[in-house]
Ligand binder design. Structure first.
Ligand code: B1M
Length: 211
């Protein structure tokens, strides 16, 4: 098995203690950090999701896979970030109320930060009021990102947009949304200012909307 396949296997089976060493070895052997992230880890989490869907694995296995990926991301994070200092603007991000998935949200935060933004990460399970408070506390924030991974938490996106409009803050900030079940069509339907399918596109979109 080559190193990349070993990384995939380690994520899939939640071998947390091995992941850092495997990634370091893969980097030394010349693998790109982007390939390790996209093929080695993100794609593997898709596979983990499929196995959960078909009942082959359960929540604990999904959780250890997620923890393994998180540790893996920590190893390559310095290589993915450009080291640009914050000057482009300010971005607030959070996973919506009822939703605990944060790997994708963390990657978006990392990519946006890497493109020169100061990032305020509100974490997971974030209620509309918390987004409103953060926008009020940061009048220099141009873009707010909402992440949702569950079809059951998608309605929270619309609720947050409504709360932002009702608070009279929508003229001040653009709201973008993303997450595995989200589409451009859904973004249009709820009146979001933008949608991005992945972390790199989210960083490009934030830059466009902030300028
Ligand atoms: Co959950 N889970 N999970 N889970 N989980 C999914 C999402 C699921 C699709 C699995 C499946 O059935 N195939 C399914 C949802 C089904 C649905 O809604 N239709 C599901 C379920 C059902 C559940 C529970 C309900 C299970 C249960 O308890 N019975 C439960 C819900 C808990 C809750 O949130 N209240 C649950 C729990 C968990 C864990 C805690 C065990 C764990 C999360 C750990 C963590 O995040 N810290 C977990 C995991 C790991 C997954 C899967 C396997 C992987 C998610 C992931 O991290 N992917 C997932 C299956 C899948 O997605 N295929 C699944 C890697 C990550 C990089 O991708 O998050 O999509 P993603 O982010 C991408 C893009 O979506 C985008 O950019 C990212 C990078 O490219 N993106 C944005 C994300 N946010 C964005 C924001 C943007 C722009 C782009 O702008 C602001």
């Amino acid at each position: 098995m080559n190193r990349m396949e070993e990384i995939r296997k380690a994520v899939e089976t939640g071998r947390r203690k091995q992941i850092a060493g495997l990634i370091k070895e893969a980097l030394e052997e010349g693998c790109s950090p982007f390939d390790i992230l996209n093929y080695g880890m993100i794609e593997t989490m898709g596979l983990v999701g499929e196995k959960f869907k078909t009942g082959e694995i359960y929540v604990p296995e999904m959780l250890v896979a997620a923890r393994t990926m998180k540790e893996g991301v920590e190893v390559i994070k310095p290589l993915l970030m450009s080291g640009q200092t914050a000057a482009a603007g300010k971005f607030i991000i959070g996973t919506v109320e009822g939703d605990l998935h944060d790997i994708g949200k963390n990657l978006v935060a990392m990519m946006v930060e890497s493109s020169g933004f100061a990032v305020i990460d509100l974490g997971v399970d974030v209620a509309p009021e918390k987004f409103i408070a953060a926008i009020r506390e940061n009048p220099d924030c141009q873009v707010v990102g909402l992440s949702a991974l569950l079809t059951t938490t998608m309605p929270s996106l619309g609720k947050i947009l409504t709360a932002v409009r009702e608070a009279g803050l929508h003229a001040q900030v653009k709201i973008i949304i993303g997450g595995a079940p989200i589409t451009q069509e859904y973004a249009d339907k709820i009146g979001a200012d933008g949608f991005a399918a992945d972390a790199a596109s989210a960083a490009t979109l934030v830059k466009e909307l902030a300028s």
